[in-house]
Design a protein around this ligand. Structure first.
Ligand SMILES: Nc1ncnc2c1ncn2[C@@H]1O[C@H](COP(=O)(O)OP(=O)(O)O)[C@@H](O)[C@H]1O
Ligand SMILES: [Mg+2]
Length: 396
């Protein structure tokens, strides 16, 4: 089974491109499910028909679904939350902190993905296309399984201790907590398996949808940088609403067109070698099967959009023993070796001959000064030396 997740800032055309991808995949004969986990569902608008939280057949080989965390999961999850909150306050942790910890931000979305994964396996879908929540939230949720696993393993260790301590006295009272412990373990196991599936490049691919505009491009860079940091496989960038040359005369169209051209060049530089697909800006809305099918053809040509378009790494971080970080970015198409770096907070501007790239650094590197950069066998290597130790406080 293939899972393809579409990410992007709200309004860029995430739902539309995810729906178009799914439809084309179905046309090619693959049993395909397109599922939306974005609370701002628009899959139904895209297909121009009503949908529900169970898969509905919308075309040959194609099912669509707008997930809302299934009701019983809510109850089940609610139980767990209440329990952990009470449990934590009982341990001398303030209620405010306990509330925060037991809220598990993004957890209901993990439950959503668990649900989609389970159902896709049961129903034998060849491909699952996920119209995910906007970039920020999705990335938080994708990095979440680790944090969650850590948290839960602590919680359950406490729990095991507690069960042992009161077992001789409590007897049947333990029914409740034991169930909860079981639920925690089940959720933890599911979450670990899910993370494995979602980071396996032979199963899962991430596609960032954007349009040629400043704010959108910046957010997409952040998304790619974070996905790369956590080793989630990105196989494409999709630029939506690309204006055709000379479609209209007059300064309004021409100015907009020129602005797009500028950002298209930035997109080419900042995301290569990840494949970049372009979907045209249509005069009408992209709604219904015909319009979606046309978009898929205009964007992917004759290619099967369900294939894995790219398998390489986007970036790599190596920590040396002396605390130096080495950041490696494959740039196989750059020839000059005159590397110049400029860093401003978490942004880094790289110039290599005529090639320019802007990128967003992960928090740990943003705090450091960048050492030198050099191109080694088509890979840009930038060192980030460990910060100098703080001078010792003078003795009184
Ligand atoms: N390439 C395009 N050309 C014209 N209209 C588009 C295009 N892509 C999307 N739209 C329209 O823009 C609106 C928002 O698209 P949508 O896919 O729902 O965005 P998102 O899911 O990112 O919020 C929809 O009405 C859709 O029909
Ligand atoms: Mg949407």
């Amino acid at each position: 089974m293939r899972i393809i997740l579409y990410l992007g800032k709200g309004g860029v055309g995430k739902t539309t491109t995810a729906a178009a991808t799914a439809l084309r995949s179905a046309e090619l004969g693959y049993k395909t499910l397109v599922a939306s986990t974005d609370i701002a569902h628009s899959l139904a608008d895209s297909f121009d028909r009503s949908l529900s939280s169970v898969p509905v057949k919308v075309a040959d080989n194609l099912w669509a679904q707008e997930i809302s965390v299934v009701a019983d999961m809510h109850t089940y999850w609610g139980k767990l939350q209440d329990y952990s909150k009470n449990f934590l306050t009982g341990r001398g942790i303030s209620r405010v902190v306990a509330d925060e910890l037991s809220a598990f931000p993004g957890m209901d979305e993990i439950v959503c993905l668990l649900h989609i994964d389970k159902q896709a396996k049961e129903k034998n879908f060849d491909r699952v296309i996920i119209d995910a929540a906007p970039t920020g939230e999705t990335i938080r949720l994708l990095t979440m399984p680790d944090t969650f696993t850590w948290y839960v393993s602590h919680l359950s260790r406490f729990e095991r201790g507690m069960v042992k301590a009161i077992k001789p006295f409590a007897g049947r009272i333990l029914q409740g907590p034991a169930e909860v412990v079981e639920a925690i373990y089940a959720l933890q196991e599911g979450t670990e398996a899910l993370r494995e599936t979602l980071s396996d490049p032979e199963t899962s691919s991430y596609r960032v949808v954007l349009q040629p505009e400043k704010m959108v491009v910046r957010e997409a860079e952040r998304a790619v940088s974070y996905l790369g940091l956590f080793d989630y496989p990105i196989d494409s960038i999709i630029v939506n609403r690309v204006m055709a040359e000379n479609l209209a005369e007059g300064p309004f169209y021409q100015t907009k067109y020129q602005i797009q051209q500028k950002y298209l060049e930035i997109i080419n530089n900042n995301f290569a070698p990840i494949p970049i697909w372009k979907a045209p800006y249509y005069a009408g809305e992209v709604v219904g099967l015909d319009a979606l099918s046309r978009l898929a053809h205009d964007c992917f040509g004759d290619e099967d959009p369900g294939q894995i378009f790219y398998r390489g790494k986007v970036q790599e971080f190596i920590e040396h023993e002396d605390g130096t970080y080495l950041m490696r970015i494959p740039l196989p198409f750059v020839t000059s070796d005159n590397v110049k770096l400029r860093k401003r907070g978490d942004e880094m501007f790289v110039t290599i001959g005529n090639f320019k790239r802007e990128m967003i650094l992960p928090a740990a590197l943003a705090k450091r000064k960048a050492g030198g950069g050099q191109l080694v066998d088509g890979v840009l290597e930038i060192t980030f030396p460990a910060p100098a130790p703080a001078p010792e406080a003078p003795q009184p």
